[in-house]
Write a protein that binds this ligand. Structure first.
Ligand code: CP
Ligand code: NVA
Length: 300
């Protein structure tokens, strides 16, 4: 079994810091490792993607490898054959497998049976590459601090859960403002709360969450696979919109973040997304750098 990234907590807190350091050194071109030289890497997608697909394909090529884009139409993971057998077969061809799918258990099953690293490119439960990239982006934009205050506004989803994962490893004052009917994962919440160096809070009052925060973060109200719930979620989450009124309650140097794609005018206003405090496109760029660092780290 190789080292894999099924969720951020597959790393220790020291390892997460090592990956951030590697990311910085690779982004500035201080080093340019080519751990995939002469190899291919499979990118399996069961859900749509812009950033993840392109940043992984470019990243794999920059690590010296050849990226293979595969949709679930071809492999029908767990249907044509077991996830375990697919993992064993793929490991004979490629040096690394990135997968975006619905069930976290499929990613974990792949990792259990593959002899090459598996990287989670988003499941219903978590989106580890996104939040590691986002934390890296924060550190580029904010003054150095022992513990940043991150206020997440909206649906308790894979993005929220990944923040909780990170808060269980490194000190973060993480506040979730959401409706009682759209909470994040309970187990990951409890785990994050058990890290005495972090402060994790859930509230249904967006003003309480954003007060003095360094980061205001939001994501779509209805994630992929849940679009049929869009109206219901919008009803519940409208009051958590990331807008200028809330941004003015954060720290004056606060940054506004969104993993994208955004539904402008819903969870975030144009004014915030296109405003001077927005770092959303830097976040998108850093997906490339952090994923290269993650792959290089897992392959070392
Ligand atoms: N943020 C993100 O993962 O974007 P895609 O869904 O376009 O890959
Ligand atoms: N929560 C969103 C994130 C997209 C990058 C989704 O799962 O659709």
């Amino acid at each position: 079994m190789a080292r894999s990234l099924c969720q951020i907590t597959d790393f220790t807190s020291d390892e997460v810091k090592e990956v951030f350091d590697l990311c910085r050194r690779m982004k500035t071109k201080e080093i340019a490792p080519k751990p995939l030289e002469g190899k291919s890497a499979a990118c399996i997608f069961t859900k749509a993607s812009l950033r993840t697909r392109i940043s992984f394909e470019v990243g794999i090529s920059e690590l010296g490898g050849n990226a293979l884009y595969v949709t679930d139409n071809e492999i029908k993971l767990g249907q044509r054959e077991s996830v375990a057998d697919a993992a064993r077969v793929l490991s004979r061809y490629v040096g690394l497998i990135m997968i975006r799918t619905f069930k976290q258990s499929d990613v974990e099953e792949l990792a259990k049976h593959a002899s090459v690293p598996i990287v989670n490119g988003l499941t219903d439960l978590v989106h580890p590459c996104q939040i590691m990239g986002d934390y890296f982006t924060m550190t580029e934009h904010l003054e150095k601090k022992e513990r940043y205050t991150v206020a997440y506004l909206g649906d308790g989803n894979n993005i929220t859960n990944s923040w909780l994962n990170l808060a269980s490893l490194i000190p973060i004052d993480f506040r979730v403002a959401t409706d009682a009917g759209t909470p994040p994962d309970k187990t990951l919440l409890e785990k994050a709360k058990s890290n005495a160096d972090s402060a994790v809070m859930i509230t249904d009052d967006p003003k309480e969450a954003v007060a003095g925060a360094d980061v205001l973060y939001t994501d779509v109200w209805a994630s992929m696979g849940q679009k049929h719930l869009a109206e219901e979620k919008e009803e519940k989450l409208r009051r958590f919109q990331l807008n200028k009124v809330l941004l003015e309650r954060a720290d004056p140097k606060a940054i506004a973040m969104h993993c994208l794609p955004a539904e402008r005018g819903k969870e975030i206003t144009d004014e915030v997304m296109d405003g001077p405090q927005s770092v959303v496109f830097d976040q998108a760029e850093n997906r490339l750098h952090i994923q290269k660092a993650i792959m290089a780290y897992l392959l070392k």
